[in-house]
Design a protein around this ligand. Structure first.
Ligand code: HEC
Length: 156
């Protein structure tokens, strides 16, 4: 009994001292980090595909399929709430690069997201079919990343 109580109190102490739960942390910062993490994973997956298309790294069908499947998996994440209104670069300068136009021109950003999804699906259909097939569809993916960034991400 004594031991159980002690364990319980220890667990509580650990829980409340974990920086993750710090009371003064603005929860919107967590949202911003989550969506930036999604973007970083897209980059991680798409860069080698660009590299293959450019001939900088050898084409590998199996690897290409794996990478484009990552992009498809990321599209399944249900993280719309990470794009909460009021979390753009006007309110979080230096933390977020998301332009307030995301919300003021909604649903334009959703259309850009759909165009990206379609480009990924088109690439996924052929990524394992050889270098020429990869090259024929990778540009569409790059254009859709850039298209959305041009309109909705702060210029670097
Ligand atoms: C529908 C719009 C949209 C699409 C499509 C899109 N992005 Fe983004 N991306 C954004 C926005 C908005 C931000 C800024 C997010 C923030 O800082 O809050 C961003 C940020 C980023 C960042 C910076 C992340 C960070 O850590 O600050 C990278 C890298 C990135 N995107 C890569 C990509 C790549 C690669 C693709 C395509 C494979 C892509 N994005 C597709 C809208 C998009």
């Amino acid at each position: 009994m004594q031991k159980t109580l002690l364990l319980f109190l220890t667990a509580l102490a650990v829980t409340f001292s974990a920086p993750m739960f710090a009371a003064d942390e603005d929860p919107n910062l967590q949202l911003i980090k989550a969506r930036q993490g999604d973007m970083e994973l897209r980059t991680y997956s798409v860069m080698p595909l660009f590299g293959m298309a450019k001939g900088e790294i050898p084409y590998d069908a199996e690897q290409a399929v794996k990478l484009v499947n990552n992009l498809k998996l990321l599209m399944q994440l249900d993280i719309g709430s990470a794009w909460a209104q009021g979390t753009g670069n006007d309110k979080y300068p230096g933390k977020s690069h998301a332009l307030p136009e995301i919300w003021s021109t909604y649903p334009k950003v959703a259309e850009a997201g759909k165009a990206y999804g379609a480009a990924v699906e088109e690439l996924a259909a052929v990524a394992g079919d050889g270098l020429d097939a990869l090259r024929s569809k990778i540009g569409g993916v790059g254009d859709s990343c850039k298209g959305c960034h041009d309109d909705f991400r702060e210029k670097e």
